[in-house]
Structure formats: C-alpha cells, structure tokens
Design a protein around this ligand. Structure first.
Ligand code: AMP
Length: 313
C-alpha cells in the first residue's frame, strides 16, 4: 500500500489508473479505524480496481475544540488495518495540505443540514463535512465513494452535494456495523471509560425499543419516541435529540406510515455519540395491545447487525 501525503502525489498515483479506465474507489475516514470503516474498504475492494482510503481528522467539522483535541489518532495502526483490508493507497494529508494559507472556499448544503446534527452542532459542522468531502472527491476523482449509514444525515448531505455540483461519482452507503451487544462502532467509543461503555448501550436500547414497538403495529411517533426515551432511563443517559423523520428529507414525522429514520444523539460523560435505525410499519394496521407491548424484547436483547423493523407480510 502506498502512502500519499500530498495532492500531487495522490494524483501521480491515480492519473495512470484513470487513463487505463480502471475504477477508483474512495473511502473517506478520520482514522482510528474499526470494523465499520473496514466494511467500507472491503466493499470498495470488491467493486473497484484501486482503493484509496483517506485519513484526515478534519478540523473544520469539529464544533468543539476538546472533541478535536482528544480525537483518537494512530496512523501506523490505521495504515496496517487499511492495507490488510485491501487498500492500495492511503491518502494522509496534513491540515496545511488540505487548507493551505489563503483558503477561502466552503461548500454549504442548505435545508438538510439545518436538522438533527446540524441543529445540535451548528452550521459549521456540515459546512466542514461538505467542504472536505467535496475536496477529497476533487482530489481523488473516484468512480465510487463509500460512506456509512451510521452517519445517515451525512450520507444525505453528500448525495445532495454530489448531485447539485454534478460531481461524476456514485455515492454508496453501507449498513452500520455494531458490537455484539448492539453498540454502533465509532472511533469515539475508544474514549469511553468502562462504566460509560456500559451506559452507551442506552442508544441501541432506545432504537431497539422503538423498533420493537413499531413491530407490534404502533405507528404514533409520540409513542415510539416515548418508548425510546424510556428505554434510555435505566442507563442514566439523556438524549440530546431523538427524532423520527422522513429518511430522505429529514422532515419530522407524526406517524410511521412508510420507512422512517429514528435518529438519536446523546452524551455519555463527555463523549457525544450518535446512532440511528430505519423503522417501517408492520403490514397489518393493528394497534399494539398491552399484551403485545409486554412481549417486547428486553433491553438485554441486542440489536444484531441492524435495527430495521421490517414489514412482516
Ligand atoms: P469517520 O472516520 O467517523 O469520519 O467515519 C468514516 C466513515 O465510516 C463514514 O462514512 C462513517 O459513516 C463510516 N462509519 C463510521 N462508523 C461506522 C459503523 N459503525 N458502521 C459503518 N460505517 C461506519
């Protein structure tokens, strides 16, 4: 695996590849690689001739200085993992390479970015994400770029900017990879103390409670959100937000009438975590009975791999 630290070194590697008509896949990451990242690299390996993994902790998308400062970094370990997963090129530029003196251009996606994470973290977060992803797409000019559904809003923002700016790239999103107990893998999980790691299960528990209630036929967003909030209480974790929204527009929903995104953010100690699940109404319109609610899975039953409550037709 080659390591490129400058845009010109990256281009020198990729220009001949493109000229030969070979497919380039890009996996943008901020490092501290885990199996979620590796699933993206693995998919890129299956679909592309040359796999580029970018490793760049983007200061522009951090709205809290402390979050940026403590963000885990271990380039040597990341390089080993990326190579073992099939990456051909690791693009690891410096901050100065990405934002040279005089840098003055940003990319801002309106609308979508004002909800959920945008509302909670402020407009600079998605401005930072949109700007750096646009730059990475311009630098590597991949045929396909891979993102995780774990950051569902980010995928929507990137699809939107790629369409709006006519970027010739296909955006692919892959399901959230979870620990066996249901916690979504995240680079920030490494920062959790042991007791916080246990309390972080509040997030998958909330998703699971709502998904299980939806599976009984409940369609009221209020009831589903209430179940999710209640499931968090034993973990002593308060949601920063928890919302049931239309999965493409992120408009809040009052009723689960089609597929819906249940998105959640919460702080566990100092560490801010996010997670989400797609919910779908059951085929039958029955309203959950008390007996059915009593039969809901307990919190100890993990979300396995994905938290999608699908039609039972
Ligand atoms: P990050 O390094 O956190 O910026 O993430 C890089 C890419 O990996 C993004 O597209 C994320 O959505 C994706 N990702 C992060 N965590 C997971 C996960 N648990 N499962 C799947 N993809 C993930």
């Amino acid at each position: 695996m080659r390591i490129a630290r400058t845009v010109s070194a990256l281009r020198a590697t990729l220009t001949p590849v493109r000229r030969e008509g070979r497919r380039i896949g890009l996996v943008p990451t901020m490092g501290a690689l885990h199996d979620g990242h590796l699933s993206l690299i693995g998919r890129a390996r299956e679909q592309c001739d040359v796999v580029v993994v970018s490793l760049f902790v983007n200061p522009a998308q951090f709205n809290e200085r402390s979050d940026l400062e403590r963000y885990p970094r271990d380039e040597r370990r990341d390089a080993e993992l990326a190579a073992a997963s099939g990456a051909d090129v690791l693009f690891a530029p410096s901050v100065e390479e990405v934002y040279p003196p005089g840098f003055a251009t940003t990319v801002e996606v309106l609308g979508l970015t004002e909800r959920l994470e945008g509302a909670a973290r402020g407009s600079e977060h998605f401005r930072g994400v949109a700007t750096v992803v646009t730059k990475l797409l311009c630098m590597a000019m991949p045929d396909v770029a891979y993102f995780g559904q774990k950051d569902a809003q980010q995928v929507l923002v990137i699809r939107r900017l790629a369409r709006d700016l006519n970027l010739p790239v296909r955006i692919e999103s892959l399901p959230t990879v979870r620990e066996p107990d249901g916690l979504a893998l995240s680079s920030r999980n490494a920062l959790l103390a042991a007791d916080e790691r246990a309390r972080a299960l509040a997030l998958p528990a909330a998703l699971q409670a709502a998904a299980a209630l939806a599976a009984t036929g409940e369609r009221s967003a209020e009831m589903l959100l209430d179940a999710a909030r209640k499931a968090m209480r034993p973990y002593d974790v308060e949601p920063e937000y928890i919302a049931l929204v239309e999965p493409e527009t992120l408009e809040p929903l009052a009723t689960l009438s089609g597929e819906a995104l249940l998105a959640i953010a919460a702080r566990v100690g100092e560490i801010r975590l996010i997670d989400n699940a797609l919910l779908a109404p059951t085929a039958t319109q029955t309203v959950a009975t008390d007996a059915a609610r009593d039969a809901l899975p307990t919190l100890s039953q993990p979300l396995q791999g994905k938290a999608t409550a699908t039609c039972s037709a």
